[in-house]
Ligand binder design. Sequence first.
Ligand code: NAP
Length: 216
Amino acid sequence: MKILFIGANGKVARHFADIVQNHPTITEKAMIRNPEQQAFFDERNIETVLLDLSKNSIDDLAAVAKGMDAVIFSAGAGGKGLDKIFTVDLDGAIKSMVATEKAGVKRFVMVSTFRTGREEMDKQNDLRYYTIAKNYADEWLKNRTNLDWTIIHPGILTDVEGSGKITVGMGQDIKEIPRQDVARTIIAVLENNDTIGKEFEVLEGETEIEEAIQSL
Ligand code: NAP
């Protein structure tokens, strides 16, 4: 399975690259935006393409998505700056979805935020605009595309080593999850087509990742 990873230099994404470099069936094409990031992927024998979500066109994105079996979107502006929240988390995500369809690729895996929805968007906190952007990007994916989507809603991301065990579901109380386990969860989602059309929160937990994903 050939996948295009959008936001490939991110912290979750680098864990994904570390796992996938030795994966028997998944091959990554890494979309990065800075040539200095290329060495990390060269060392892992992973192909890179240089594109910027806020600058490149839908056609540019479609050209790199062509021939892929799946697209993963894990890019984000880090919650900093309304302009970037608009151009990356919201419009960058939607451009990626439109480009994926244009390229004739069906499978799309979205790394969203933990909680979206009206109540969350109305909270007067620092994450408000970011949450609104993620919410409507997810809505677009579910309601305005014919993609085979899965939406992953991770808890608070940490850089500790993953345990390989998670809890999945919706409506959970927020907890942490190691980025490494989010990367493993993305792999498990790609390997399980029963996750198509599903969204779920993922937190640190007690169930082996593959088993948790199968239970969805
Ligand atoms: P991250 O390290 O901030 O990675 C985000 C990636 O997006 C970076 O590689 C960045 O590129 C890329 N990006 C930013 N602007 C871009 C643009 N204009 N064009 C192309 N790529 C662009 O994120 P993470 O920690 O791996 O998290 C993955 C996802 O989970 C993010 O979408 C985040 O919003 C979401 N999330 C985070 C939390 C949390 O607790 N932090 C919780 C739930 C969900 P550069 O490397 O070049 O900067």
